[in-house]
Design a protein around this ligand. Sequence first.
Ligand SMILES: [Zn+2]
Length: 87
Amino acid sequence: MSRIIFFIIIFAVIYFGWRAMRMRQIKLEEKIREMTVKKEEGRPVVKGENMVECAHCGTFVPEKDALRDGQNYYCCAQHKKQGPRGK
Ligand SMILES: [Zn+2]
């Protein structure tokens, strides 16, 4: 009889030990997931920068860096001066 109780105790210890470990692992996974979500939220949102084509040489430049002349964009002052190249 005492052997049965002994085995039950062993099983209980193993079971609770396993469960505790499992709970810790789940908590850790949740923490990692939370951290990942926070990281993604904190990441600066890179908005799709509007790229425009230089009317002279065809180089794509960010709109904020481009030089505008009416409807045309240019990559540099020189190309702006030279004007659009006929296609
Ligand atoms: Zn250009």
